[in-house]
Design a protein around this ligand. Structure first.
Ligand SMILES: [Zn+2]
Length: 446
C-alpha cells in the first residue's frame, strides 16, 4: 500500500514536472510566434478536441453492445523468447511497471543490442534496466526495431516463465491494419478487396480484444493464429489507404441498432464450398458464419484444385500421435492407422467429420479442422493438407490418398479469393463484406 502510494506520488510529481516543462516550452514558442495567450488557448483547445474521443460525433449505431472507443491493439510479436535484438536510430524512452519513471535509453545508434531477462531483471547489452514489465517507447515513429523489423507504437516486454518473455507491440488499431492487409492479400488485388479485408480484420481484432481474458497481456498474435502482421515494412500505400478509408467500420450482426460484432473468421480460399463455424471449430452457429456454395467463384486461386496428397499409414500414425500428445487427447495412444474415412458432409458436400480406425479396432472421430491439424503435425512439405475439403479418401494397404482437394485454410467466413473475384465483378467493399457474412451489416465502432 505504502509503496503503491509512493509510486503514485512519484508518478504525479513526474507528470507535473513534465507538464510544467511542456507549458514553458509552449509559452516560449507562442512568444516567438507573437501569439496572444487567448489564441494559444484556442489552438490548444481545438487540438485537444481533435485528438480526444470527445471531439468525435458518436454514430447512431454505436451502442453498449459494440466495443468501446479504445483503439489500442496489443500484438504479441515475439512470443516466449529468451532474447531479442533491438536497434534504435534515436534514443528511445524506457520505463518499467515497478518504477514508472521514464528515462532515455542510451543505445548506440543503429547498432543491434541484445535484450535479456535474468534473475536481476531486464538487461540490454550489459546495462540493467530494472524489474517488472518493461516498456520501450521510440523517440519517433519507426525509430526502434525488434529483430530487424520496425513498428509503430510502443513495445512491452512481458515475462512469461524461466527467463522467457513476450514482446508485445501496442499500437493504434488502424496502424496495425496497415501492417496486416498487405501480408494477408496479394499486392495486385483491387482496393475494394483491401477495404473489405480492412473491415473484417478490424472486426476480428476488436473481437479478440473484447473477448480475451482480463489477465491476458496481449490481444492478438502476429501470425495466422490471429492475422499476419509485419510492422512498418509490411505496409503498402494500398493497405494504408484501405485502413484509413474504412476507419471505424466493423461488421456486425443482430437486431437493428443492437448489432454485435462477432469473430469475423476469414481464410485464403474456400474452394467453392465454405464451412460453418460450428462444423470447423465447434463454436455456436450464427447466420453470418454458415456454410455457402459459391461454385467456381474463387477458381483463380492455385489452391482451388490440388492433390492428391499421399501419406503412408506409418507416417500418419506418427503424426496423429504427435498431435494427440500436444493436444493431450486420446489420439496420442492411437494404434497403427487402418483407415481414414469421411464420416459426415455439410449440405453442399464438403466433409465436416472424419473417422480414423486403428489396428486396435478403435474409432477416433475428428472435426474437419482437427483432421487437417493432425495430418499436418510434423509433416514434411508436400505432404500437408491445405484444407480439409476433399472429395474422397482412398485407403490403400500401406497408404492413404486424399483426392479431389479444394481450397486453402479453414474456409469459414470471408474467402479472400472470392472477395477479389467479387471486387473484379465491380462490387463495393460493403457488398463484398455482406456477401461473405450473410445477414450482417457494416456498423461504426469508433
Ligand atoms: Zn472462395
Amino acid at each position: 500500500m505504502g509503496r503503491g502510494r509512493k509510486r503514485i506520488n512519484r508518478r504525479t510529481r513526474g507528470f507535473l514536472r513534465g507538464l510544467s516543462r511542456v507549458t514553458g516550452r509552449l509559452v516560449r514558442t507562442a512568444r516567438r510566434w507573437r501569439l496572444s495567450a487567448a489564441s494559444l488557448a484556442i489552438i490548444l483547445l481545438s487540438g485537444l478536441l481533435f485528438f480526444t474521443p470527445w471531439g468525435c460525433t458518436p454514430n447512431a449505431e454505436m451502442n453498449g453492445e459494440l466495443p468501446p472507443a479504445d483503439r489500442v491493439i496489443r500484438v504479441n510479436i515475439c512470443p516466449g523468447v529468451d532474447q531479442v535484438t533491438i536497434r534504435a536510430s534515436e534514443p528511445p524512452a524506457y520505463f518499467t511497471s515497478l518504477d514508472g519513471t521514464s528515462r532515455a535509453l542510451g543505445l548506440p545508434r543503429n547498432t543491434g543490442v541484445t535484450l535479456t531477462l535474468g534473475s536481476d531483471g531486464w538487461r540490454i547489452g550489459g546495462t540493467p534496466l530494472g524489474r517488472g514489465e518493461l516498456v520501450i517507447r521510440p523517440a519517433t515513429v519507426g525509430s526502434v526495431s525488434v529483430e530487424n523489423i520496425s513498428y509503430r507504437g510502443q513495445f512491452r516486454f512481458v515475462a512469461t516463465s524461466n527467463g522467457r518473455f513476450d514482446v508485445v507491440n501496442d499500437l493504434d488499431l488502424d496502424d496495425y491494419l496497415a501492417g496486416v492487409l498487405a501480408k494477408e492479400l496479394l499486392s495486385g488485388w483491387l482496393p475494394s478487396t483491401y477495404q473489405a479485408q480492412a473491415v473484417i480484420a478490424r472486426t476480428y481484432a476488436l473481437y479478440e480484444k473484447k473477448s480475451g481474458s482480463p489477465n491476458r497481456r496481449f490481444d492478438v498474435w502476429a501470425t495466422t493464429a490471429s492475422q499476419v502482421y509485419g510492422g512498418i515494412p509490411a505496409e503498402s500505400a494500398k493497405s494504408r489507404e484501405a485502413a484509413s478509408r474504412t476507419a471505424g467500420l466493423v461488421v456486425g450482426y443482430g437486431p437493428v441498432g443492437r448489432e454485435k460484432i462477432f469473430k469475423a473468421y476469414f481464410s485464403a480460399c474456400c474452394g467453392g464450398i465454405s464451412q460453418s463455424v460450428q462444423d470447423a471449430f465447434g463454436e455456436p452457429l450464427i447466420e453470418p458464419l454458415t456454410e455457402q456454395n459459391v461454385g467456381t467463384l474463387c477458381s483463380a486461386s492455385s489452391k482451388f484444385n490440388w492433390g492428391p496428397v499421399v501419406v503412408s499409414k506409418e507416417d500418419l500414425t506418427r503424426r496423429f500421435r504427435a498431435w494427440g500428445q500436444r493436444r493431450a487427447n486420446r489420439m496420442q495412444n492411437v494404434g497403427t492407422v487402418r483407415s481414414v474415412e469421411i464420416a459426415d458432409r455439410n449440405r453442399f458436400g464438403r466433409p465436416v467429420r472424419f473417422n480414423v480406425y486403428d489396428s486396435n479396432g478403435l474409432r477416433y472421430t475428428l472435426m474437419s479442422e482437427e483432421l487437417r491439424w493432425a495430418v499436418n503435425t510434423d509433416a514434411a512439405e508436400g505432404t500437408k493438407l491445405f484444407s480439409s475439403f476433399m472429395e474422397n479418401i482412398i485407403n490403400e494397404p500401406d497408404r492413404v490418398r486424399f483426392v479431389g482437394c479444394h481450397g486453402n485454410g479453414h474456409g469459414v467466413g470471408m474467402c479472400q479469393w472470392c472477395a477479389e473475384a467479387r471486387a473484379r465483378a465491380g462490387m463495393t467493399y460493403e457488398d463484398i463484406v455482406v456477401a461473405a457474412y450473410p445477414g450482417s451489416k457494416l456498423v461504426r465502432a469508433y
